[in-house]
Design a protein around this ligand. Structure first.
Ligand SMILES: O=c1ccn([C@@H]2O[C@H](COP(=O)(O)OP(=O)(O)O[C@H]3O[C@@H](CO)[C@H](O)[C@H]3O)[C@@H](O)[C@H]2O)c(=O)[nH]1
Ligand SMILES: [Mn+2]
Length: 363
């Protein structure tokens, strides 16, 4: 009987080709709710803050955990590019992973329900988004043409219907929306109750505010560009980690002909962080982004930038040239971008087939 039951249970999609990266400063009880969806996958937990604190992980999960001491030991002086006391530290998990795909989620994000009341398996939807092509060059008005019950509409060029590989799947959040501090302050009670049943490719040439709390990507296609910058302790800015990565990623995806999708899946974001603390972290970013975004909108990469690493190094040069006048911070950030690529290439030598190397060990 048992054999037939096991045989009937389908192997979860990309079970051995995807890591789940969780930045955390607290025990990971939230995993209990995700167990049906996450248990078959390997977790990479990036413990931020005090490394002497023990993070409790519920039994039954296969994981490796890295605290600040581990990061310093593994990267040596290059650890300076990994933020401390900010969720930006999660990008260390992307670097040490050996898998082709990454899903990253915050520890205050829970399983949401769709309008029918069904629990949403966010991970499976992200995988579906990543395994289906994107359509950045021509907008399909019936949204994702590859989803069940939809297609390319009349007038959509057949020459473009093959689409391009999808590098990023950006999910959304019910309940607490990812608002900046000023918006949170003026709308403290606002909750996102709108479930929009759509997945959209973000058109080429359009930037977007990438939120890191419910995000998946193809690590082999775009991993080296997923650097979450210098944030938190000792830095003049915070809560722009995912934004910075998203702007760099979108410029590089546009250049390399890769797709970025946003929309489904939703998660339930349960905890609003303190808007006053957030304002202090964000406020320089609120001014700076008025100059940063035109920089990324105007950024072009030369034809000989044929790999993500080459694109990223070129971008770091342009950051140093054009953004250092905004604040010396960008000079430091440009250098950290180079350090990140050096560390990435050290841990991920080009010869290694990323998804074939065994996982790291649980602590
Ligand atoms: O110093 C820290 C603080 C938190 N974390 C972990 O990071 C995520 C997000 O933390 P939290 O949910 O408290 O903060 P939010 O404001 O809701 O996060 C949103 O803002 C972005 C900040 O850049 C973030 O990506 C968004 O989701 C949790 O897992 C904390 O445990 C940390 O590692 N270090
Ligand atoms: Mn949160």
């Amino acid at each position: 009987m048992a054999d037939s039951a096991a045989a009937a249970k389908p192997t979860p999609l990309l079970k051995d080709e995807l890591d789940i990266v969780i930045p955390t400063i607290r025990n990971l009880d939230f995993l209990e709710m995700w167990r049906p969806f996450f248990e078959p996958y390997h977790l990479i937990i990036v413990q931020d803050g005090d490394p002497s604190k023990t993070i409790k992980v519920p039994d039954g999960f296969d994981y490796e955990l890295y605290n600040r001491n581990d990061i310093n030991k593994i990267l040596g002086p290059k650890a300076s590019c990994i933020s401390f006391k900010d969720s930006a530290c999660r990008c260390f998990g992307y670097m040490v992973s050996k898998k082709k795909y990454i899903y990253t989620i915050d520890d205050d994000c829970f399983v949401a329900k769709d309008p029918s009341g069904k629990m949403i398996n966010a991970l499976q939807q992200h995988i579906k988004n990543l395994l289906c092509p994107s359509t950045p060059f021509f907008f399909n008005t019936l949204y994702d043409p590859y989803t069940e019950g939809a297609d390319f509409v009349r007038g959509y060029p057949f020459s473009l219907r093959e689409g391009v590989p999808t590098a990023v799947s950006h999910g959304l959040w019910l309940n607490i929306p990812d608002y900046d501090a000023p918006t949170q302050l003026v709308k403290p009670l606002e909750r996102n109750q709108r479930y929009v049943d759509a997945v959209l490719t973000i058109p080429k040439g359009t930037l977007f505010p990438m939120c890191g709390m419910n995000l998946a990507f193809d690590r082999e296609l775009i991993g080296p560009a997923m650097y979450f910058g210098l944030m938190g302790d000792g830095q003049p800015i915070g809560r722009y980690d995912d934004m910075w990565a998203g702007w760099c990623v979108k410029v590089i995806c546009d250049h390399l002909g890769l797709g970025v999708k946003t929309g489904l899946p939703y998660i339930w974001h349960s905890k609003a962080s303190n808007p006053f603390v957030n304002l202090r972290k964000e406020y320089k970013g609120i001014f700076w982004q008025e100059e940063i975004i035109p920089f990324f909108q105007a950024a072009t990469l030369p034809k000989d930038c044929t790999t993500v690493q080459k694109c990223y190094i070129e971008l770091s040069k342009q950051v140093k040239d054009k953004l250092s006048k905004v604040d010396p911070y960008f000079d430091k950030l440009a250098d950290a971008m180079v350090t990140w690529i050096e560390a990435w290439d050290e841990l991920n030598p080009p010869s290694g087939a990323a998804s074939k190397v065994p996982n790291g060990k649980a602590k």
